[in-house]
Design a protein around this ligand. Sequence first.
Ligand code: FES
Length: 154
Amino acid sequence: MKKPTVTQIKNVLKDFEPKKGSLLIPILQKIQETFGYVPPESLKLIVRHINVAQSKIYGVLTFYAQFSTTPRGKYIIRPCRGTACHVRGAQNIISKIKSKIKLEDGETTPDYKFTLETVACLGACALAPMVVIGKDYHGNLTPDRIDAIIDSCK
Ligand code: FES
Protein backbone atom coordinates (compact mmCIF):
# COMPACT_ATOMS: atom_id res chain seq x y z
CA MET A 1 0.00 0.00 0.00
CA LYS A 2 1.42 3.36 -1.06
CA LYS A 3 1.52 6.14 1.50
CA PRO A 4 -0.69 9.06 0.43
CA THR A 5 1.11 12.24 -0.54
CA VAL A 6 0.61 15.62 1.09
CA THR A 7 -1.18 16.75 -2.07
CA GLN A 8 -3.61 13.81 -1.88
CA ILE A 9 -4.36 14.61 1.75
CA LYS A 10 -4.82 18.32 0.94
CA ASN A 11 -7.25 17.33 -1.82
CA VAL A 12 -9.44 15.61 0.76
CA LEU A 13 -9.22 18.59 3.13
CA LYS A 14 -10.20 21.12 0.49
CA ASP A 15 -13.75 19.74 0.49
CA PHE A 16 -14.09 20.98 4.07
CA GLU A 17 -14.44 24.67 4.75
CA PRO A 18 -11.90 25.75 7.35
CA LYS A 19 -13.90 26.11 10.55
CA LYS A 20 -12.63 25.55 14.03
CA GLY A 21 -13.05 22.10 15.55
CA SER A 22 -16.55 21.11 14.54
CA LEU A 23 -15.50 19.37 11.35
CA LEU A 24 -12.89 17.16 12.95
CA ILE A 25 -14.83 13.87 12.95
CA PRO A 26 -16.19 14.22 9.37
CA ILE A 27 -12.67 15.09 8.18
CA LEU A 28 -11.16 12.06 9.91
CA GLN A 29 -13.94 9.86 8.49
CA LYS A 30 -13.29 11.14 4.97
CA ILE A 31 -9.53 10.63 5.29
CA GLN A 32 -10.03 7.12 6.65
CA GLU A 33 -12.51 6.32 3.86
CA THR A 34 -10.16 7.69 1.19
CA PHE A 35 -6.89 6.09 2.33
CA GLY A 36 -8.13 3.19 4.49
CA TYR A 37 -6.51 4.78 7.56
CA VAL A 38 -5.59 8.16 8.99
CA PRO A 39 -1.96 8.71 7.98
CA PRO A 40 0.09 10.41 10.72
CA GLU A 41 1.20 12.92 8.05
CA SER A 42 -2.37 14.19 7.85
CA LEU A 43 -2.49 15.39 11.47
CA LYS A 44 -0.43 18.56 10.99
CA LEU A 45 -2.44 19.39 7.87
CA ILE A 46 -5.71 19.02 9.79
CA VAL A 47 -4.35 21.21 12.61
CA ARG A 48 -3.58 23.92 10.07
CA HIS A 49 -6.84 23.49 8.18
CA ILE A 50 -9.32 23.79 11.04
CA ASN A 51 -7.10 25.25 13.75
CA VAL A 52 -7.62 22.46 16.24
CA ALA A 53 -5.08 21.17 18.78
CA GLN A 54 -3.20 18.04 17.73
CA SER A 55 -3.94 16.57 21.17
CA LYS A 56 -7.66 16.82 20.42
CA ILE A 57 -7.15 14.86 17.20
CA TYR A 58 -5.26 12.14 19.12
CA GLY A 59 -8.12 12.07 21.63
CA VAL A 60 -10.69 11.45 18.90
CA LEU A 61 -8.50 8.88 17.15
CA THR A 62 -8.03 6.84 20.31
CA PHE A 63 -11.65 7.15 21.49
CA TYR A 64 -13.35 5.92 18.31
CA ALA A 65 -12.48 2.36 17.30
CA GLN A 66 -13.45 3.15 13.69
CA PHE A 67 -10.22 5.11 13.20
CA SER A 68 -6.82 3.58 12.58
CA THR A 69 -3.48 5.33 12.18
CA THR A 70 -1.89 2.34 10.48
CA PRO A 71 -2.87 0.90 7.09
CA ARG A 72 -5.45 -1.87 7.29
CA GLY A 73 -6.64 -4.53 4.93
CA LYS A 74 -9.23 -4.19 2.19
CA TYR A 75 -11.36 -6.63 4.19
CA ILE A 76 -11.58 -6.10 7.93
CA ILE A 77 -12.70 -9.36 9.50
CA ARG A 78 -14.36 -8.88 12.89
CA PRO A 79 -15.26 -12.14 14.60
CA CYS A 80 -17.22 -11.80 17.82
CA ARG A 81 -15.70 -13.22 20.99
CA GLY A 82 -18.65 -12.18 23.21
CA THR A 83 -20.42 -14.56 25.58
CA ALA A 84 -23.29 -15.60 23.29
CA CYS A 85 -20.89 -16.30 20.44
CA HIS A 86 -18.39 -17.98 22.76
CA VAL A 87 -20.91 -20.55 24.00
CA ARG A 88 -21.91 -21.28 20.41
CA GLY A 89 -18.43 -22.03 19.15
CA ALA A 90 -16.82 -18.67 18.38
CA GLN A 91 -13.42 -20.03 19.31
CA ASN A 92 -13.59 -22.57 16.47
CA ILE A 93 -14.54 -19.81 14.04
CA ILE A 94 -11.73 -17.54 15.24
CA SER A 95 -9.20 -20.39 15.06
CA LYS A 96 -10.32 -21.20 11.52
CA ILE A 97 -9.90 -17.57 10.45
CA LYS A 98 -6.49 -17.26 12.10
CA SER A 99 -5.14 -20.39 10.47
CA LYS A 100 -6.63 -19.55 7.08
CA ILE A 101 -5.29 -16.01 6.74
CA LYS A 102 -2.32 -16.55 9.09
CA LEU A 103 -2.98 -13.57 11.31
CA GLU A 104 -3.26 -12.89 15.00
CA ASP A 105 -5.72 -10.40 16.43
CA GLY A 106 -4.94 -6.84 15.32
CA GLU A 107 -2.69 -7.88 12.43
CA THR A 108 -2.92 -7.18 8.70
CA THR A 109 -1.72 -9.43 5.90
CA PRO A 110 1.41 -8.18 4.07
CA ASP A 111 -0.66 -7.67 0.90
CA TYR A 112 -3.18 -5.52 2.85
CA LYS A 113 -6.03 -7.80 1.86
CA PHE A 114 -7.19 -8.76 5.37
CA THR A 115 -7.10 -7.30 8.86
CA LEU A 116 -8.29 -9.34 11.83
CA GLU A 117 -9.95 -7.56 14.75
CA THR A 118 -11.95 -9.56 17.27
CA VAL A 119 -14.77 -7.66 18.97
CA ALA A 120 -16.62 -8.03 22.26
CA CYS A 121 -20.16 -8.12 20.80
CA LEU A 122 -21.61 -7.30 17.40
CA GLY A 123 -25.10 -6.69 18.77
CA ALA A 124 -26.59 -9.66 16.92
CA CYS A 125 -26.26 -12.32 19.61
CA ALA A 126 -29.33 -14.26 18.37
CA LEU A 127 -27.30 -15.11 15.28
CA ALA A 128 -24.25 -16.33 17.21
CA PRO A 129 -21.58 -17.11 16.28
CA MET A 130 -21.17 -13.92 14.28
CA VAL A 131 -18.52 -12.39 12.06
CA VAL A 132 -18.63 -9.05 10.24
CA ILE A 133 -16.53 -8.66 7.13
CA GLY A 134 -16.53 -5.09 5.88
CA LYS A 135 -20.20 -4.13 6.23
CA ASP A 136 -21.59 -7.65 5.81
CA TYR A 137 -22.90 -9.58 8.81
CA HIS A 138 -22.56 -13.37 8.75
CA GLY A 139 -24.40 -15.34 11.42
CA ASN A 140 -24.90 -18.94 12.56
CA LEU A 141 -21.42 -19.64 11.28
CA THR A 142 -19.54 -22.89 11.09
CA PRO A 143 -15.81 -23.22 10.38
CA ASP A 144 -16.63 -24.48 6.86
CA ARG A 145 -18.92 -21.55 6.11
CA ILE A 146 -16.40 -18.92 7.26
CA ASP A 147 -13.79 -20.68 5.14
CA ALA A 148 -16.00 -20.31 2.05
CA ILE A 149 -16.89 -16.70 2.89
CA ILE A 150 -13.22 -15.74 3.15
CA ASP A 151 -12.56 -17.51 -0.16
CA SER A 152 -15.21 -15.32 -1.78
CA CYS A 153 -13.35 -12.12 -0.78
CA LYS A 154 -11.61 -11.02 -3.97
S1 FES B 1 -21.95 -11.95 21.75
FE1 FES B 1 -21.53 -12.17 19.64
S2 FES B 1 -22.96 -10.85 18.69
FE2 FES B 1 -23.26 -10.54 20.80
